[in-house]
Design a protein around this ligand. Structure first.
Ligand SMILES: Nc1ncnc2c1ncn2[C@@H]1O[C@H](COP(=O)(O)OP(=O)(O)OP(=O)(O)O)[C@@H](O)[C@H]1O
Length: 269
């Protein structure tokens, strides 16, 4: 397993830790007349990691999809850096969205491209001309930035390996490096470690927390394991049937709260 090597210097100078970068208010979404998100409120702050917990179907992924614009909420407000996303169109919306990166459970790397090329692809939103259509034309500065991002996640020595030859944990770290190369200030992770073995899962969670704190990223991760949240997250949103059951510091995630979040059909009873 590749050792994590993390220089302390931040890759991109950022705003002060603790600054609220995203405010979500009254997020409401239904599918086929069934409400799956019911007035969800939360804030993402730079320099901290928020974990979304809750039983299957409680609305965790739908929350992230609404933020990413992959689902359209019926009501609610999503403000990024103070700007309501639903008021933006075209290039303004694209620019705002490019500051939000996503990491998925099924790692979306191009397997026949190298780790370095995959990381460079994080910058596609700001490239133009030939560089935007072929890795052959990626500028040297971008490759240097991508190498720094790979070093940041402990993967510099695998930069020229095809992504398809990496282990799940290594591939997920490359996906995180791609988000760094996107220069995102918000990193959303939907079950980022569900497909990884326990040790790789621990390493990737530690990496996400370390990046949140050292790079001043606002990280939000959907997790299925409360113990991972306890070890790595700063704050928790606990959902039950699309409603917030718990919102606050990780210290409030005790055994009684866990049982409230995971008792089958509790809210439906
Ligand atoms: N595109 C869709 N069409 C219809 N129903 C959907 C759709 N997406 C999600 N749902 C439903 O919305 C509810 C919330 O789903 P969501 O995926 O957000 O839950 P989750 O908490 O992420 O669950 P899991 O832990 O199983 O991934 C579920 O009942 C799900 O079946």
């Amino acid at each position: 397993m590749t050792a994590l090597r993390m220089p302390h210097r931040a890759l991109h100078p950022a705003a002060p830790a603790g600054e609220e970068i995203m405010q979500v208010r009254n997020l409401t979404k239904s599918f086929g007349g069934r409400t799956v998100l019911d007035g969800v409120d939360f804030t993402l702050a730079r320099g901290s990691m928020l974990a979304f917990l809750g039983a299957n179907g409680s609305g965790k992924s739908t929350t992230l999809k609404c933020i990413m614009g992959l689902e359209t909420p019926e009501a609610g407000s999503i403000k990024l850096d103070g700007t309501e996303l639903s008021t933006l169109r075209g290039t303004e919306l694209a620019r705002a969205r490019s500051s939000v990166a996503m990491v998925f459970q099924k790692i979306h790397l191009v397997p026949r491209r190298t780790a370095l090329e995959n990381v460079c692809a994080g910058a596609l939103g700001r490239l133009s001309g030939p560089a935007s259509v072929s890795p052959m034309f990626f500028p040297r500065g971008l490759k240097e930035e991508a190498m720094a991002a790979l070093a940041r996640v402990g993967m510099a020595d695998r930069a020229h390996e095809k992504a398809g030859r990496l282990s799940g944990g290594q591939a997920q770290r490359v996906a995180v490096a791609r988000a760094l190369c996107q220069r995102a200030s918000v990193l959303l992770a939907d079950e980022p470690v569900s497909a990884l073995d326990p040790r790789a899962a621990e390493e990737v969670m530690a990496l996400l927390a370390e990046l949140a704190h050292a790079e001043n990223l606002a990280v939000a991760a959907v997790l299925h394991q409360p113990d991972l949240a306890l070890r790595h997250a700063d704050n928790v949103i606990g959902l039950v049937n699309g409603r917030i059951e718990y919102s606050g510091d990780i210290s409030g995630l005790d055994a009684s709260m866990e049982s409230r979040l995971y008792t089958p059909n509790r809210a439906a009873a």
